[in-house]
Write a protein that binds this ligand. Structure first.
Ligand SMILES: [Zn+2]
Length: 249
């Protein structure tokens, strides 16, 4: 069968990782030596680092935000957004879970998205907890919220040593319980949390698909493995072309 998603299957969960964004030119924040400006990543992406040096942490995230804003969604992101439109129009359920923080899925038009590790385009007040969209690339550091507490603002990112946002894992597992098919794109599926979710989907007898440049070590976990770049494979294989909406291209 050519199609990843069959016409009768209208309950789909897609999970994406760094591989789909790499095709847009999103750089890994680690240099060749695994460091960012001589800091180990754990020294800039943790609550302790933020307490110690919020200016340094903000500079790191502003640099990543600028870089993400300079990249564009690629055909892989667009195909995932188009799949959602198709499923939604057919009365089905769709959820996109992404490990990426670059905001490219949202810019591609995806609506029902859980950014499980947060977003470079969102900021949170550590005093009142408010989360809001924030695409500023120039700001006085460290920024403060205009709430009564004048709380320090931090990137809305899940840092080392932090849990996922409350409720996210429950929503993801609930969607997998109800889905017909679980598609993992651009991540090997061997690293937590992707690996745990693939096992969970398998334990429920769901069909599982992996789309990745390289076969993961545990390729046998998946019912279908499609080797290749998401931007090339998804537009032609994600769902039957004849069932697409009229304005697809
Ligand atoms: Zn506040």
């Amino acid at each position: 069968m050519d199609w990843i998603v069959d016409a009768p299957e209208k309950k789909v969960v897609v999970m994406t990782g760094a591989g789909i964004s790499a095709e847009s030119g999103i750089q890994t924040f680690r240099g060749a030596n695994g460091l960012w400006e001589n800091h180990r990543i754990e020294e800039v992406a943790s609550p302790i680092a933020f307490r110690r040096d919020p200016v340094m942490v903000w500079n790191f995230y502003l640099q990543r935000r600028k870089q993400a804003l300079s990249c564009k969604p690629n055909p892989g992101h667009l195909a995932v957004a188009e799949l959602e439109k198709w499923i939604t129009a057919a009365g089905g359920d769709f959820l996109l879970v992404t490990q990426n923080v670059d905001g490219l899925h949202t810019r591609a038009g995806s609506k029902h998205v859980i950014e499980m590790h947060g977003s470079l385009m969102m900021t949170r007040c550590i005093a009142c907890g408010q989360v809001f969209p924030d695409e500023r690339t120039e700001m006085a550091l460290p920024p403060r919220h205009n709430c009564t507490e004048k709380g320090l603002l931090r990137p809305h990112i899940v840092w080392f040593g932090e849990s996922l946002f409350p409720g996210d894992m429950e929503r993801i597992e609930s969607a997998i319980e109800k889905c017909d098919i679980f598609i993992v794109i651009g991540t090997s599926g061997v690293v937590y949390p992707a690996a745990g979710l693939v096992n969970f989907a398998n334990s429920l007898g769901k069909r599982t698909v992996c789309v990745n440049k390289e076969a993961p070590a545990n390729v046998e976990l998946f019912d279908i493995f499609i080797q290749g770049e998401a931007g090339k494979e998804l537009p032609k294989r994600l769902f039957p072309r004849e069932n697409k909406g009229g304005n697809g291209k």
